[in-house]
Design a protein around this ligand. Structure first.
Ligand SMILES: Cc1cc2nc3c(=O)[nH]c(=O)nc-3n(C[C@H](O)[C@H](O)[C@H](O)COP(=O)(O)OP(=O)(O)OC[C@H]3O[C@@H](n4cnc5c(N)ncnc54)[C@H](O)[C@@H]3O)c2cc1C
Length: 178
């Protein structure tokens, strides 16, 4: 099928696990996106298309999310294993080593470019919007509770994350003042 989720048969569409989006460029790789989120996004795109609004399905900013037994992770945007010269990241980890958060940003303006979360559920739509809008690390840390969608009564870690972030900023400004 194509970016409009149309198959080779008229009025027959595909989305979700059963769908394979054909590469546009010759020799390009077809896309199979077997994720819950992409299934929902394709369903939403298809609803618009069959209602007459012919806009292509767009996965948007890269993301993935999974659960392995009781360990959950999400990744949104770009978190490079080897950050480039203009990239850096803020990292927080709980002493139990089951909860961790890395937020990658571009160094000049500290615009956030990616998130890796383990053991904390972060909302896809909120993180994607923050990346798209070029929100700074300061803003993201301040508004972190807005991104959380852990179930009720789960332990929350935003305050600890913010404390560590504030301490790291303080250390940076102290070093700059020396
Ligand atoms: C074990 C496992 C773990 C996963 N973990 C993750 C994860 O951590 N994160 C993530 O994002 N994604 C995960 N996924 C993938 C995610 O569940 C799927 O990508 C998503 O559910 C696909 O949605 P879908 O609507 O295309 O298909 P489905 O959710 O499979 O829905 C298809 C529906 O069609 C029904 N059906 C089948 N045949 C017929 C028929 N002939 N007539 C009527 N109904 C029919 C089925 O019963 C089913 O309800 C996981 C999948 C599995 C199997």
């Amino acid at each position: 099928m194509n970016d409009y989720l149309e198959t080779n048969l008229p009025d027959v569409y595909a989305c979700g696990d059963c769908a394979e989006i054909r590469a546009k460029e010759p020799g390009g790789r077809n896309r199979i996106e077997q994720l819950w989120y992409t299934a929902r996004m394709q369903g939403e795109a298809l609803a618009r298309i069959i209602c007459g609004e012919r806009v292509p399905y767009d996965r948007g900013i890269w993301f993935n999310s999974a659960k392995f037994f009781d360990l959950e992770y999400q990744t949104y945007g770009q978190v490079s294993p080897q950050p480039g010269d203009d990239e850096d990241s803020f990292y927080w980890e709980h002493p139990d080593r089951k909860h961790a958060l890395r937020i990658a940003y571009r160094k000049p303006g500290m615009q956030v470019i990616g998130f890796n979360a383990i053991g904390i559920r972060l909302r896809h739509r909120v993180c994607e919007r923050w990346i798209r809008e070029g929100r700074t690390l300061d803003e993201v840390i301040r508004h972190l509770p807005e991104a959380n969608f852990d179930p009720e009564f789960y332990q929350r870690f935003e305050a600890e994350v913010a404390r560590q972030y504030a301490a790291s900023r303080h250390a940076v400004s102290e070093a700059a003042a020396v």
